[in-house]
Design a protein. Structure first.
Length: 437
């Protein structure tokens, strides 16, 4: 180990123990309007952001403009399919109104008209090794399209602050229109030798993504993409990708640069990449057990071994939720209708019966319930998409709708540069000394 690395390791190890001891004694001490535990805890539960499109309730789960997922399934237009169209959800997030069929059809047509990918974006992607992680490709592609940004161009021309929302809206519409094409391009070049599939302009936004992926010709897969794009679209502003988008956007970076950063955040294992880890864990378990039809007892033993090894059970737990994720429940509802006899889907349901009681028995887990990632991979595998590393790209296509809608609102309301106050460990220790004096 080199001398700087050695010194850093020694110093950081000492400080880590010091912080642990400090928090054990002083975590609840107030510092301004928060406590010491929150200063060290990633700003958990600190209300500090306005986020219009959605709100996450610990008990009820995600609500988009006040509507739960079951309510949206009843109220949003479905077009030619059976599941709500993401176009309708985007309209709702933007203007707080359930759109009509005609309004959703108009939005679908607008996204079709704006969907052409810049030629240089494809050229840049084609220079990357096909072994490059799909999320890296996705973020690269978004950044290369920044050359088309209305906001960047108009800002350089001296646009008024009152026009920021307008330029952001135009970029938002262009970006959302192009992302399914980008995702499909990455998928086909990475896993299918660059054998691309042309868009079908008669299809809605999510169904066209399903078509261009070429995974399945089933109408059910189109319905899955409609559902997937809807339930992953937003999760209020505190999650990592949304917060990243908000932070970068607050500097007046254009929507392309902001979304690129948000997607890099989504690619983290503690965030969107978790869907990849869940399905990988399931197949590792099945390989270890030597069966695709494990008993509850076998699953229990494997889960306990996972926990005993100091690992977590992927797909379980959530920073905010304290009940099963409604997005998990929606995917279960879909699976019961479309593929109730799928072996991997049934394994997911069996895990759902086994894991929460085990985690509850540990006595220190606030949320032992499944989150959205616990089910999504099984559905994608059912329709033939077993390339796990691509799953987060689909998540990113969907999440773009919520974070871009919020950016439009931030620009319209003139939200300021985000600049929280940070302190040093010495500052905290001195504060506690003075507090106790």
């Amino acid at each position: 180990m080199d001398p700087l690395k050695q010194k850093f390791f020694q110093k950081s190890s000492e400080v880590k123990q010091e912080v642990k001891a400090l928090l054990a004694e002083h975590s609840d001490v107030k510092v301004d309007e928060v406590n010491v535990g929150q200063v060290f805890g990633g700003a958990r539960d600190v209300i500090m952001m306005l986020w219009e499109p959605s709100l996450l309730d610990p008990q009820e789960g995600i609500r988009f403009r006040g509507y739960s997922l079951p309510e949206l399934r009843e109220k949003l237009p479905v077009g030619k399919g059976k599941e709500p169209l993401p176009e309708g959800l985007f309209w709702l997030m933007m203007v707080d109104e359930i759109p009509t069929e005609a309004e959703v059809e108009w939005l679908s047509e607008q996204w079709q008209l704006r969907s052409k990918i810049p030629a240089h974006t494809c050229r840049v992607l084609d220079q990357l090794p096909t072994s490059t992680h799909p999320m890296t490709q996705f973020a690269v592609a978004i950044n290369t399209m920044q050359t088309e940004s209305h906001f960047a161009r108009r800002y350089s021309e001296g646009m008024s602050k009152t026009e920021y929302w307008d330029a952001s809206y135009e970029d938002t519409m262009d970006l959302i229109a192009r992302l399914p094409h980008i995702a499909a391009y990455i998928y086909r070049r990475t896993y299918h030798g660059g054998n691309h599939i042309h868009a079908d302009d008669t299809l809605d936004w999510a169904a066209n993504l399903a078509h261009m992926l070429g995974v399945s010709k089933s109408e059910d897969f189109k319905n899955l993409m409609r559902l997937y794009m809807t339930i992953h679209a937003d999760h209020e502003g505190g999650n990592a990708s949304a917060h990243t988008m908000h932070l970068i956007g607050s500097t007046l970076s254009d929507p392309y640069l902001s979304l690129g950063g948000a997607m890099n955040s989504l690619a983290g294992p503690l965030h969107g990449l978790a869907n990849q880890e869940v399905i990988n864990w399931i197949f590792q378990m099945l390989n270890k057990l030597g069966t695709r039809d494990p008993t509850k007892e076998q699953i229990t033993s494997y889960v306990e071994a996972t926990l005993a090894a100091g690992k977590v059970v992927p797909g379980y737990g959530h920073a905010v939720l304290r009940k099963p994720d409604p997005r998990f429940i929606e995917q279960m509802r879909f699976a019961k209708e479309y593929c109730p006899n799928d072996d991997i889907v049934n394994v997911v349901w069996r895990i759902y019966e086994v894991v929460p009681p085990i985690l509850q028995g540990l006595g220190k887990i606030k949320n032992p319930w499944p989150n959205v990632d616990a089910h999504s991979g099984a559905l994608l595998v059912h329709y033939g998409m077993d390339q796990y590393s691509f799953y987060t790209v689909l998540f990113g296509v969907s999440r773009a709708m919520g974070v871009l809608a919020s950016m439009c609102w931030s620009r319209a309301l003139g939200m300021p540069l985000e600049r929280p106050k940070s302190v040093t460990l010495d500052w905290v220790k001195q504060f506690l000394v003075e507090k106790q004096a």
